[in-house]
Design a protein around this ligand. Structure first.
Ligand code: DGL
Length: 263
């Protein structure tokens, strides 16, 4: 059986790559809902409907645990999914506000960047209320980065001016940490580093992949020798269609390489 990793598009590859490192014996099914990306601009109800369909697909195709590697879908629907599919571990991802505030802010402010749904959502508000006793956390929605990533646009000449414009009210000297609260954003770490020099940049992929490992150990779900025999390490699925075209697989491979170079 496989571990399902879900995202609206290719952003969840950042979590998949961490999970591949932490769980070397496991096989994965990566589900990108390319027909509906970007989620950040949709209604909450639409996002829940889409991710519900994807989780149903992953369970019907033999997944034993699922990671919702999308902050937006986690914010909109993880509660609903855990209640509906209560027979399988469903791990979400949320902006890494806790480590940013508690351990990494160096007496400065914390800036959380995410999609509009995540920024407006109750889940992030509650998370910030829990840890931000001194009101040091600011949030801002960045809506274009998901589109850039899906189109394969990472050119600093395009991304840096976009970020400069969006973040012009945030003086890097005031900030200790930048929290990337969308799984597509780590692909732009180099440009964020130019626009916010001297600021530590973190994301939730390690936390999410580590928690997946813990849950799988607890639930006795780690791969058996039999699992190890079967098929390729990762199967890629786009909105219910198994990816077989060389061009698509190369695009995924290129993104994974980019992530490894930046991390
Ligand atoms: N990778 C998703 C996230 O972490 C992006 C959502 C979108 O499709 O807008 O939020």
């Amino acid at each position: 059986m496989r571990v399902g990793v879900f995202d609206s598009g290719l952003g969840g590859l950042t979590v998949l790559n961490k999970a591949l490192e932490l769980l070397p014996e496991e096989k994965f099914l990566y589900y990108a809902d390319v027909d509906h990306v970007p989620y950040g601009e949709k209604t909450r109800e639409q996002v829940v409907e889409y991710v519900d369909g994807a989780v149903d697909y992953m369970i019907n195709n033999g997944c034993k645990a699922i990671v919702i590697a999308c902050n937006t879908a986690t914010s909109a629907g993880v509660q609903y999914l855990r209640e509906k599919y209560d027979f399988i571990p469903i791990i979400g991802i949320e902006p890494a506000v806790k480590p940013a505030v508690l351990y990494l802010s160096k007496g400065k402010r914390v800036l959380v960047v995410a999609t509009p749904i995540t920024v407006k959502g109750e889940k992030l508000k509650k998370l910030i209320e829990t840890y931000d006793e001194n009101n040091i956390v600011d949030t801002i929605a960045l809506s274009e980065l998901v589109n850039f990533a899906e189109k394969g646009i990472f050119d600093k000449d395009i991304i840096v001016p976009y970020l400069h414009e969006e973040l012009k009210e945030y003086n890097p000297d005031d900030y200790g940490v930048l929290v990337l609260g969308c799984t597509h954003f780590p692909f732009f770490k180099d440009s964020f580093g130019i626009v916010m020099p001297g600021v530590s940049i973190i994301d939730g992929s390690t936390g999410s992949a580590s928690y997946l490992k813990v849950r799988m150990e607890e639930e006795g779900l780690l791969a058996t020798d039999e699992d190890a025999q079967e098929g390729e390490r990762v199967i890629f699925v786009e909105s219910g269609r198994v990816v077989t075209e060389k061009y698509e697989l190369e695009k995924i491979d290129k993104l994974c390489k980019r992530w490894r170079e930046l991390n």
